[in-house]
Design a protein around this ligand. Structure first.
Ligand code: 5AD
Ligand code: SF4
Length: 514
């Protein structure tokens, strides 16, 4: 059997797709033949029970589809997307594809996109512009768009009209359908579009190829029901669905057995963990307590919503051990009035009370946050409240953003009287404060001995090693390559705004570790 016959026997198309493109007829997409994604439908929260599927398998007819072919996935956005990319890489490998980072070598390129702000979307459209030329040179290259942007009808329409050379579009709920979608894309003369506006079930046992062998992401829940007025995530990621405790425990145990040193439990709103599980009274605190019993040195979680951060979780985190002393707790604004318009469902005072409880229970805790400036009609006074809250909490660092209207969200319909120059100026002032306080926190570590999980060579200098402290601070130091993947003690000699330099210390030299 020659290569062409082999591929044809697997239903894999062998004709040159360059030919098919010229025949493409897009009219059917605009006559309602395919079901376009709908943010209105994505907003609905049904009562139907989520099904748990543990029987995922690569269909036999697709095995070998990727032989002789290479895939590349470009990932934009958050850790959830990073982890979805690991799942898609797992599926590609199970289909027989090999991985490449070189666009020239790739036979399939996927853009795993982020919809959170306009500039995230612009990056993807810019990349599509670059890839157009490559696609012209290599017509049999398969080009796909997936992730959060695919869930938006306006994006799908724009791709259909302006980037018709794209071969496939799929969303966040049907990643497990990748083998079928690839197969369809090889066979079809049309752009393959499959986006589900209603969230899917929870699919267990998906293959994964993790990026490193020291740190791992573990999903504990999907979706978000909070509907903050600015945020597109509840629409692109669907309703809250928790994974079952036993499946999470099994995954973390497996990672520990494979030698991973750190897991980060992932969800858009991890504090809502368990709320959707019928007849089970389990929250994030209970889950963390169970996971802390597993023999793995470091456990983290992200992202927290202050509203659901309960006392039981604080009590469990205060036990320390393998539960890290760093909490990312997005506040978004320091003004109660703005928080109300954002529908965050807590006030400035309630946030500060939560912080005070956390600090009492975990005195040395490191807190980081997310902040949006320039919300529609945000006044100077309201912005000053954000500045004062930042100082009062004493955050270690923050991700700061100018508000970006997202079509379909309530905030996008609000009138906004804040000029862009004012928004930019506020961001600049906030960033100066963030830098100043980060530098202060770093300086406080000078002379201290910290524990560092060594990840590898520093990006800037291969003779230097780099890793992270329990509080997630980057440390660069000289040491033998043999400690990569290990936790070592490092004395901090030099503090910078965003990183620390240090010297590795032996057991005998270490007196007090923080
Ligand atoms: N504009 C600006 N920032 C946003 N975020 C979410 N939606 C928007 C938006 N429309 C920020 C929030 C969130 C982080 C992940 O992104 O701060 O916590
Ligand atoms: Fe992640 Fe949200 Fe961006 Fe989607 S929109 S990639 S969930 S940050």
């Amino acid at each position: 059997m020659n290569e062409k016959q082999r591929l044809e026997s697997q239903n894999v198309q062998t004709e040159n797709p360059a030919d098919k493109k010229s025949e493409k007829d897009y009219s059917k997409y605009f006559q309602g033949v395919y079901v376009p994604p709908s943010l209105q439908d994505a907003k609905k929260r049904g009562k139907e029970e989520v099904q748990y599927h543990k029987d995922f398998a690569i269909p036999d007819e697709f095995r070998g589809m990727g032989e002789g072919r290479k895939f590349l996935i470009r990932t934009y956005g958050c850790q959830m997307n990073e982890h979805d990319t690991e799942v898609m890489a797992g599926i590609f490998m199970a289909l027989g594809y090999t991985h490449t980072e070189n666009v020239e070598d790739a036979n399939v390129i996927l853009l795993n996109t982020c919809a959170i702000r306009e500039n995230a979307e612009n990056k993807v459209f810019g990349e599509l512009g670059h890839l157009k030329a490559l696609k012209r040179e290599k017509p049999d290259l398969l080009l796909g768009v997936c992730g959060c942007m695919s869930q938006e009808e306006s994006v799908v329409n724009r791709i259909l009209q302006k980037h018709p050379f794209v071969d496939m579009i799929f969303g966040t709920h049907n990643i497990h359908r990748l083998p079928n979608l690839l197969n369809e894309a090889y066979l079809s003369k049309e752009m393959v579009i499959e986006v589900w506006s209603k969230e899917g079930d929870v699919i267990e046992n998906l293959p994964k190829v993790r990026k490193g062998n020291t740190k791992a992401w573990v999903n504990i829940m999907y979706g978000c029901d909070k509907f903050c007025t600015y945020c597109i995530v509840p629409y692109t990621r669907g309703k809250e669905r928790s994974r079952r405790l036993e499946d999470i425990i099994q995954e973390v145990r497996h990672l520990a057995a494979q030698g991973y040193k750190e897991v980060t439990l992932l969800g858009q709103n991890v504090n809502a963990y368990g709320k959707d599980l019928e007849n089970i009274k389990y929250g994030l605190g209970d889950l963390m307590e169970e996971i802390s019993k597993i023999d793995i040195p470091r456990i983290r979680f992200t992202t927290s919503h202050p509203r659901d951060f309960d006392d039981h979780l604080i009590e469990i985190l205060a036990k320390g051990g393998n539960l890290m002393d760093h909490i990312h707790l997005p506040v978004q604004s320091g003004s109660t009035d703005v928080l109300k318009i954002m529908a965050r469902k807590y006030s400035r005072e309630q946030y500060l009370e939560l912080v005070s409880k956390i600090k009492t229970a975990i005195p040395n805790v490191s807190l980081t946050t997310d902040i949006i400036v320039g919300y529609p009609n945000e006044t100077d006074e309201q912005f000053e409240e954000t500045m004062s809250l930042y100082r009062e909490v004493g955050f270690d660092t923050a991700y700061t953003y100018i508000y970006s209207p997202r079509e379909g969200t309530p905030a996008a319909k609000m009138e906004d009287n804040v000029p862009m120059e004012v928004k930019k100026e506020r961001l600049q002032r906030l960033n100066s404060l963030v830098n100043e306080m980060s530098a202060q926190k770093m300086l406080a570590l000078q002379g201290q001995i910290v524990e560092v999980l060594v990840e590898g060579e520093s990006k800037k200098n291969p003779d230097v090693l780099a890793g992270y402290t329990t509080k997630n601070k980057l440390v660069n130091f000289r040491g033998p390559k043999s400690v990569i993947g290990q936790i070592v003690k490092v004395k901090i000699t030099d503090a910078k705004t965003w990183s620390l330099n240090g010297e590795m210390v032996t057991e005998a030299e270490s007196v007090e570790v923080i």
